[in-house]
Design a protein around this ligand. Structure first.
Ligand SMILES: [Zn+2]
Length: 329
Protein backbone atom coordinates (compact mmCIF):
# COMPACT_ATOMS: atom_id res chain seq x y z
CA UNK A 1 0.00 0.00 0.00
CA UNK A 2 1.36 3.42 -0.91
CA UNK A 3 2.17 5.80 1.89
CA UNK A 4 0.16 8.58 0.28
CA UNK A 5 -0.98 10.62 3.30
CA UNK A 6 0.77 12.80 5.85
CA UNK A 7 -0.23 13.91 9.35
CA UNK A 8 0.20 17.56 10.28
CA UNK A 9 0.25 18.77 13.89
CA UNK A 10 0.00 22.48 14.75
CA UNK A 11 1.05 23.04 18.36
CA UNK A 12 -0.47 26.23 19.74
CA UNK A 13 -0.46 27.68 23.23
CA UNK A 14 -4.21 26.98 23.58
CA UNK A 15 -5.03 24.18 21.13
CA UNK A 16 -3.32 21.43 19.17
CA UNK A 17 -4.74 21.08 15.65
CA UNK A 18 -4.13 17.78 13.90
CA UNK A 19 -5.06 16.57 10.43
CA UNK A 20 -4.52 13.84 7.88
CA UNK A 21 -3.64 15.38 4.52
CA UNK A 22 -3.21 13.74 1.11
CA UNK A 23 -0.05 14.20 -0.94
CA UNK A 24 -2.12 16.63 -3.03
CA UNK A 25 -2.79 18.87 0.01
CA UNK A 26 -6.42 17.87 0.63
CA UNK A 27 -7.57 17.41 4.24
CA UNK A 28 -9.11 13.97 4.93
CA UNK A 29 -9.77 14.39 8.66
CA UNK A 30 -8.88 16.89 11.35
CA UNK A 31 -9.44 17.57 15.02
CA UNK A 32 -8.49 20.05 17.72
CA UNK A 33 -7.71 19.32 21.36
CA UNK A 34 -6.77 21.67 24.22
CA UNK A 35 -2.98 21.90 24.64
CA UNK A 36 -3.04 21.72 28.47
CA UNK A 37 0.38 23.38 28.47
CA UNK A 38 0.37 23.60 32.27
CA UNK A 39 0.88 19.83 32.32
CA UNK A 40 4.42 20.26 30.97
CA UNK A 41 6.18 19.07 27.82
CA UNK A 42 5.72 15.32 28.22
CA UNK A 43 1.99 15.69 28.86
CA UNK A 44 1.58 17.91 25.79
CA UNK A 45 3.65 15.58 23.64
CA UNK A 46 1.46 12.66 24.78
CA UNK A 47 -1.56 14.69 23.66
CA UNK A 48 0.05 15.40 20.27
CA UNK A 49 0.77 11.69 19.77
CA UNK A 50 -2.72 10.67 20.88
CA UNK A 51 -4.21 13.32 18.59
CA UNK A 52 -2.16 12.07 15.64
CA UNK A 53 -3.23 8.46 16.19
CA UNK A 54 -6.86 9.52 16.70
CA UNK A 55 -6.99 11.58 13.52
CA UNK A 56 -5.54 8.64 11.55
CA UNK A 57 -8.32 6.43 12.99
CA UNK A 58 -10.89 9.11 12.09
CA UNK A 59 -9.60 9.16 8.50
CA UNK A 60 -10.46 5.46 8.08
CA UNK A 61 -6.97 4.84 6.67
CA UNK A 62 -4.65 2.15 7.95
CA UNK A 63 -1.43 3.44 9.50
CA UNK A 64 0.64 1.99 6.66
CA UNK A 65 -0.90 4.66 4.40
CA UNK A 66 0.81 7.39 6.48
CA UNK A 67 4.22 8.53 5.28
CA UNK A 68 5.22 10.84 8.12
CA UNK A 69 4.21 13.36 10.76
CA UNK A 70 4.96 17.08 10.45
CA UNK A 71 4.91 19.41 13.46
CA UNK A 72 4.53 23.18 13.42
CA UNK A 73 5.54 24.66 16.78
CA UNK A 74 5.93 28.18 18.15
CA UNK A 75 9.06 30.11 19.03
CA UNK A 76 12.70 29.51 18.38
CA UNK A 77 13.72 25.99 17.49
CA UNK A 78 16.18 23.85 15.65
CA UNK A 79 14.65 22.21 12.59
CA UNK A 80 17.87 20.29 12.05
CA UNK A 81 17.96 18.88 15.59
CA UNK A 82 14.18 18.64 16.04
CA UNK A 83 14.32 20.61 19.27
CA UNK A 84 12.05 23.33 20.63
CA UNK A 85 14.32 25.89 22.29
CA UNK A 86 12.08 28.30 24.25
CA UNK A 87 8.56 29.07 23.00
CA UNK A 88 7.12 32.27 24.53
CA UNK A 89 3.61 30.81 24.89
CA UNK A 90 4.68 27.47 26.42
CA UNK A 91 6.59 28.48 29.55
CA UNK A 92 8.96 25.88 30.95
CA UNK A 93 9.75 24.29 27.58
CA UNK A 94 13.48 24.56 27.15
CA UNK A 95 15.41 22.43 24.66
CA UNK A 96 12.64 19.85 24.33
CA UNK A 97 13.47 17.11 21.75
CA UNK A 98 9.89 17.12 20.50
CA UNK A 99 10.56 15.62 17.07
CA UNK A 100 12.09 12.39 18.33
CA UNK A 101 9.51 12.01 21.10
CA UNK A 102 6.62 12.34 18.65
CA UNK A 103 8.38 9.94 16.27
CA UNK A 104 8.78 7.40 19.08
CA UNK A 105 5.16 7.81 20.16
CA UNK A 106 3.63 7.53 16.69
CA UNK A 107 6.15 5.13 15.16
CA UNK A 108 6.36 7.48 12.16
CA UNK A 109 9.18 9.65 10.77
CA UNK A 110 8.65 13.16 12.09
CA UNK A 111 9.69 16.65 11.00
CA UNK A 112 9.71 19.88 13.05
CA UNK A 113 9.12 23.39 11.70
CA UNK A 114 8.35 26.86 13.03
CA UNK A 115 4.56 27.34 13.08
CA UNK A 116 4.54 30.55 11.03
CA UNK A 117 6.77 28.93 8.42
CA UNK A 118 4.43 25.94 8.37
CA UNK A 119 1.44 28.25 7.84
CA UNK A 120 3.25 29.94 4.93
CA UNK A 121 3.98 26.58 3.36
CA UNK A 122 0.35 25.53 3.86
CA UNK A 123 -0.88 28.61 1.99
CA UNK A 124 1.71 28.05 -0.73
CA UNK A 125 0.86 24.37 -1.17
CA UNK A 126 -2.88 24.27 -0.67
CA UNK A 127 -4.24 27.80 -0.07
CA UNK A 128 -4.04 31.30 -1.48
CA UNK A 129 -0.53 30.76 -2.85
CA UNK A 130 -1.38 27.64 -4.84
CA UNK A 131 0.08 27.84 -8.32
CA UNK A 132 2.81 30.31 -7.34
CA UNK A 133 6.49 29.51 -7.01
CA UNK A 134 7.50 32.55 -4.95
CA UNK A 135 5.30 33.79 -2.15
CA UNK A 136 5.36 35.60 1.17
CA UNK A 137 2.87 35.25 4.04
CA UNK A 138 2.40 37.78 6.82
CA UNK A 139 0.32 36.51 9.76
CA UNK A 140 -1.24 39.53 11.43
CA UNK A 141 -2.43 38.61 14.91
CA UNK A 142 -1.48 39.60 18.44
CA UNK A 143 2.05 39.53 17.02
CA UNK A 144 3.24 39.44 13.42
CA UNK A 145 4.80 36.35 11.91
CA UNK A 146 5.54 35.23 8.43
CA UNK A 147 7.11 32.86 6.00
CA UNK A 148 8.89 33.07 2.67
CA UNK A 149 8.77 30.62 -0.22
CA UNK A 150 11.47 31.07 -2.85
CA UNK A 151 11.47 28.91 -5.97
CA UNK A 152 9.05 26.49 -4.33
CA UNK A 153 11.07 26.04 -1.17
CA UNK A 154 10.59 27.31 2.35
CA UNK A 155 13.31 29.66 3.59
CA UNK A 156 14.52 28.39 6.97
CA UNK A 157 17.90 30.06 7.17
CA UNK A 158 21.10 28.71 8.66
CA UNK A 159 19.89 28.97 12.27
CA UNK A 160 16.34 27.86 11.37
CA UNK A 161 14.88 31.23 12.40
CA UNK A 162 14.45 32.66 8.92
CA UNK A 163 11.46 34.82 7.99
CA UNK A 164 10.83 36.44 11.38
CA UNK A 165 9.03 39.08 9.36
CA UNK A 166 7.42 40.76 12.37
CA UNK A 167 10.84 41.94 13.42
CA UNK A 168 11.84 43.72 10.26
CA UNK A 169 12.60 47.30 11.25
CA UNK A 170 10.37 49.88 9.60
CA UNK A 171 11.22 52.81 11.93
CA UNK A 172 14.87 52.92 13.01
CA UNK A 173 15.04 54.03 16.66
CA UNK A 174 11.29 53.62 16.95
CA UNK A 175 9.03 51.84 19.41
CA UNK A 176 10.46 49.11 21.63
CA UNK A 177 9.33 45.66 20.47
CA UNK A 178 8.89 42.62 22.72
CA UNK A 179 11.94 41.13 20.99
CA UNK A 180 14.23 43.89 22.31
CA UNK A 181 14.73 45.71 19.00
CA UNK A 182 13.36 49.16 18.31
CA UNK A 183 11.05 49.97 15.42
CA UNK A 184 9.88 46.47 14.40
CA UNK A 185 6.76 46.28 12.23
CA UNK A 186 5.21 44.18 15.04
CA UNK A 187 5.66 47.07 17.50
CA UNK A 188 3.36 49.21 15.30
CA UNK A 189 1.03 47.14 13.17
CA UNK A 190 0.17 44.00 15.14
CA UNK A 191 -3.29 43.82 16.68
CA UNK A 192 -1.77 44.31 20.11
CA UNK A 193 0.33 47.35 19.27
CA UNK A 194 -2.29 49.00 17.05
CA UNK A 195 -4.53 49.14 20.14
CA UNK A 196 -1.62 50.13 22.41
CA UNK A 197 -0.74 53.07 20.16
CA UNK A 198 -4.33 54.33 20.37
CA UNK A 199 -4.39 54.01 24.17
CA UNK A 200 -1.04 55.80 24.49
CA UNK A 201 -2.24 58.70 22.36
CA UNK A 202 -5.38 59.08 24.47
CA UNK A 203 -3.36 58.96 27.68
CA UNK A 204 -1.17 61.69 26.19
CA UNK A 205 -4.25 63.87 26.02
CA UNK A 206 -5.50 63.36 22.46
CA UNK A 207 -9.26 63.40 22.08
CA UNK A 208 -11.03 60.24 20.91
CA UNK A 209 -14.37 58.48 21.25
CA UNK A 210 -12.34 55.49 22.48
CA UNK A 211 -11.69 57.31 25.75
CA UNK A 212 -15.19 56.27 26.87
CA UNK A 213 -14.02 52.64 26.98
CA UNK A 214 -10.96 53.52 29.05
CA UNK A 215 -13.10 55.61 31.42
CA UNK A 216 -15.26 52.53 32.06
CA UNK A 217 -12.16 50.43 32.73
CA UNK A 218 -12.68 48.47 29.51
CA UNK A 219 -9.86 47.41 27.17
CA UNK A 220 -9.40 49.13 23.84
CA UNK A 221 -8.76 46.49 21.18
CA UNK A 222 -7.96 46.76 17.50
CA UNK A 223 -11.55 46.14 16.30
CA UNK A 224 -12.59 49.13 18.46
CA UNK A 225 -9.93 51.25 16.77
CA UNK A 226 -11.18 50.28 13.31
CA UNK A 227 -14.82 50.82 14.28
CA UNK A 228 -14.03 54.28 15.66
CA UNK A 229 -11.95 55.10 12.56
CA UNK A 230 -14.87 54.16 10.32
CA UNK A 231 -17.19 56.30 12.47
CA UNK A 232 -14.99 59.34 11.79
CA UNK A 233 -12.84 59.45 14.93
CA UNK A 234 -9.68 61.30 13.78
CA UNK A 235 -7.29 59.70 16.27
CA UNK A 236 -8.50 56.17 15.51
CA UNK A 237 -8.34 56.90 11.78
CA UNK A 238 -4.74 58.08 12.10
CA UNK A 239 -3.71 55.00 14.12
CA UNK A 240 -5.39 52.60 11.67
CA UNK A 241 -3.90 54.42 8.71
CA UNK A 242 -0.42 54.15 10.22
CA UNK A 243 -0.91 50.40 10.72
CA UNK A 244 -1.83 49.98 7.04
CA UNK A 245 0.92 52.33 5.84
CA UNK A 246 3.67 50.48 7.71
CA UNK A 247 2.34 47.10 6.55
CA UNK A 248 2.64 48.45 3.01
CA UNK A 249 6.26 49.41 3.76
CA UNK A 250 6.86 45.82 4.90
CA UNK A 251 5.29 44.54 1.68
CA UNK A 252 7.55 46.78 -0.45
CA UNK A 253 10.56 45.48 1.48
CA UNK A 254 9.51 41.90 0.76
CA UNK A 255 8.96 42.75 -2.91
CA UNK A 256 12.57 43.82 -3.17
CA UNK A 257 13.81 40.90 -1.09
CA UNK A 258 12.47 37.98 -3.10
CA UNK A 259 10.25 39.44 -5.84
CA UNK A 260 7.25 37.25 -4.90
CA UNK A 261 4.26 36.66 -7.13
CA UNK A 262 1.92 37.01 -4.14
CA UNK A 263 2.08 38.53 -0.67
CA UNK A 264 -0.66 36.97 1.43
CA UNK A 265 -2.04 38.37 4.67
CA UNK A 266 -3.44 35.97 7.26
CA UNK A 267 -4.26 36.01 10.97
CA UNK A 268 -7.04 37.59 13.01
CA UNK A 269 -6.55 41.12 11.68
CA UNK A 270 -7.75 40.15 8.21
CA UNK A 271 -11.23 40.21 9.75
CA UNK A 272 -10.97 43.93 8.91
CA UNK A 273 -11.44 42.93 5.26
CA UNK A 274 -11.29 45.75 2.72
CA UNK A 275 -10.44 48.29 5.44
CA UNK A 276 -7.10 46.52 5.74
CA UNK A 277 -6.47 45.35 2.19
CA UNK A 278 -7.40 48.47 0.23
CA UNK A 279 -5.15 50.94 2.11
CA UNK A 280 -2.23 48.50 2.07
CA UNK A 281 -2.60 48.10 -1.70
CA UNK A 282 -2.88 51.87 -2.16
CA UNK A 283 0.19 52.67 -0.05
CA UNK A 284 2.12 49.86 -1.68
CA UNK A 285 1.63 51.52 -5.07
CA UNK A 286 2.55 54.92 -3.58
CA UNK A 287 5.78 53.65 -2.05
CA UNK A 288 7.11 51.05 -4.47
CA UNK A 289 9.40 51.80 -7.36
CA UNK A 290 8.03 52.56 -10.76
CA UNK A 291 11.07 51.29 -12.67
CA UNK A 292 9.54 47.90 -13.33
CA UNK A 293 5.97 47.02 -12.59
CA UNK A 294 6.90 43.67 -11.07
CA UNK A 295 4.40 44.03 -8.26
CA UNK A 296 3.12 41.10 -6.24
CA UNK A 297 -0.61 40.60 -5.81
CA UNK A 298 -1.34 41.47 -2.18
CA UNK A 299 -4.28 39.38 -1.03
CA UNK A 300 -5.72 37.44 1.90
CA UNK A 301 -4.66 33.95 2.88
CA UNK A 302 -7.43 31.37 2.52
CA UNK A 303 -6.82 28.47 4.93
CA UNK A 304 -7.45 30.27 8.23
CA UNK A 305 -6.39 28.25 11.27
CA UNK A 306 -5.88 25.12 9.18
CA UNK A 307 -2.82 26.57 7.39
CA UNK A 308 -0.46 25.44 10.17
CA UNK A 309 -1.24 21.74 10.21
CA UNK A 310 -1.65 21.55 6.43
CA UNK A 311 1.72 23.22 5.93
CA UNK A 312 3.37 21.07 8.61
CA UNK A 313 2.09 18.02 6.70
CA UNK A 314 3.34 19.43 3.38
CA UNK A 315 6.80 20.10 4.80
CA UNK A 316 6.98 16.55 6.18
CA UNK A 317 6.20 15.42 2.64
CA UNK A 318 9.10 17.48 1.26
CA UNK A 319 11.33 15.99 3.95
CA UNK A 320 10.39 12.33 3.60
CA UNK A 321 8.47 12.11 0.32
CA UNK A 322 9.50 12.27 -3.30
CA UNK A 323 9.12 16.04 -3.59
CA UNK A 324 5.56 16.04 -4.91
CA UNK A 325 4.53 18.75 -2.48
CA UNK A 326 7.01 21.15 -4.01
CA UNK A 327 5.74 20.93 -7.52
CA UNK A 328 1.99 21.06 -7.11
CA UNK A 329 0.41 23.70 -9.31
ZN1 LIG B 1 10.70 42.86 17.24
Amino acid sequence: MARDHVVGVDLGGTNIKVGVVTTAGDVVSSLSVPTEGQGGPDHVIDRMVAGALEVIRASGLSKDRILAVGIGAPGSMSHKQGIIISPPNLPGWTNVPIRDKVAAGTGLPTNLENDANAAAYGEFWAGGGRGTNDMVLFTLGTGIGGGIIIDGRLVRGFFDNGAELGHMIVQPGGRLCGCGQHGCIEAYASAHFTAVRAVEAIKNGEKSSLKALLDQGLPVETPHVLEAANAGDPLAARIWDETCRLLAVACVNMQHFSNPQKILLGGGMIGAGKYLLEPIRKYFLDFTWKAAKDYPLIDFATLGNDAGFIGAAGLALTEFGDGKARTRS
